[in-house]
Design a protein around this ligand. Sequence first.
Ligand code: ATP
Length: 367
Amino acid sequence: MGWMSKVKVVNLVKRFDKTVAVNGVNLDVGDGEFVVLLGPSGCGKTTTLRCIAGLETPDEGEIYIDDNLVNDLPPKDRDIAMVFQNYALYPHMKVYDNLAFPLRMRKYPKQEIDRKVREVAKLLNISHLLDRKPRQLSGGEQQRVALGRALVRTPKVFLMDEPLSNLDAKLRVYMRAELKKLQKDLKITTIYVTHDQAEAMAMADKVAVMNKGKVLQYDAPTVIYEKPADMFVGGFVGSPPMNFIKASVSEKDGQITLVSELFSYQLDPELSKIVREGLTGGEVYLGVRPEDLVLSREKTPQSVFQAEIYVLEPMGSNIIVDLKAGEYLLKAVVPPTADLRFGERVWVGFMAGRYHIFDAKTEKALV
Ligand code: ATP
């Protein structure tokens, strides 16, 4: 479509008085990629996006769009379109005029405005709404008009800050697929901010997981999920979240055993080697996702410790099982057909090769 573009952020730092909102962010966004900035409230996602848009001035670092340094370019010259959380449409204007507004501002000829408005309306399936006012639209329709207003100028880069957050849960899930489809069709380089890990996983080509002004991991969603770089990423992505069990490391004849309140668990020679080489202290966290805990009534070769079924949460497509073991409350996910009862004791094991080991001091992944 000829409106592809790339974005590069190098060592971006932004402070507000004593708050370091963004603390050395690097980001490489390829042509036509959909990148999601994911992280908890206050981690610096919005500030990063606003720096890219030119709405904030970085204290340090560089921002490139298509290899051009844009630090000193005002927002209007960056060829970027931004959609915010509250995608305020002009309430007194019809949808048509809302869409036409950015083009009128830039003094496009009337015929071209009409052509572009109708083209974008068709693309977003809002052609039948052009004569309505925003208050006569549903949330999803308003959302599409807001997207249309951002798209009508065919920007180089699309920046979106929680654009679906005002929608109800069902519409959100519908719109996120629509938005992804649209982005894939148009191939517009997009940077999208959300604190919703499911949204990030569902939409992104690559996810940048942020915390405290830093990017902790920048990878494809499956890599983020399967190989989290540290405990924060492991715990933030996935629902219910990853279980963590603290253990000390004891070594005998070259083989490592993890000793926790719940179990002693021997690692095979290969894993022993990796853990030994990466370890900074004597303690680790074993991280296991709920779907990778294996429950059984009888003891099996896989069984590692016993737990009591504390709560059962039937979700329809699966059951979330809350397990009480020592001081821990762990979560497992089992098929809806599993025959389990409140209060009963079960054996818990780990799916082979599906657990993570994090250094307790650095919180970085060893395995
Ligand atoms: P949220 O999901 O809540 O929007 P976020 O990850 O987008 O969070 P930012 O809005 O980038 O986070 O904020 C990062 C930090 O910078 C926060 O501590 C915030 O309070 C602070 N901050 C952001 N904007 C300003 C400002 N204009 N003045 C002072 N502090 C600010």
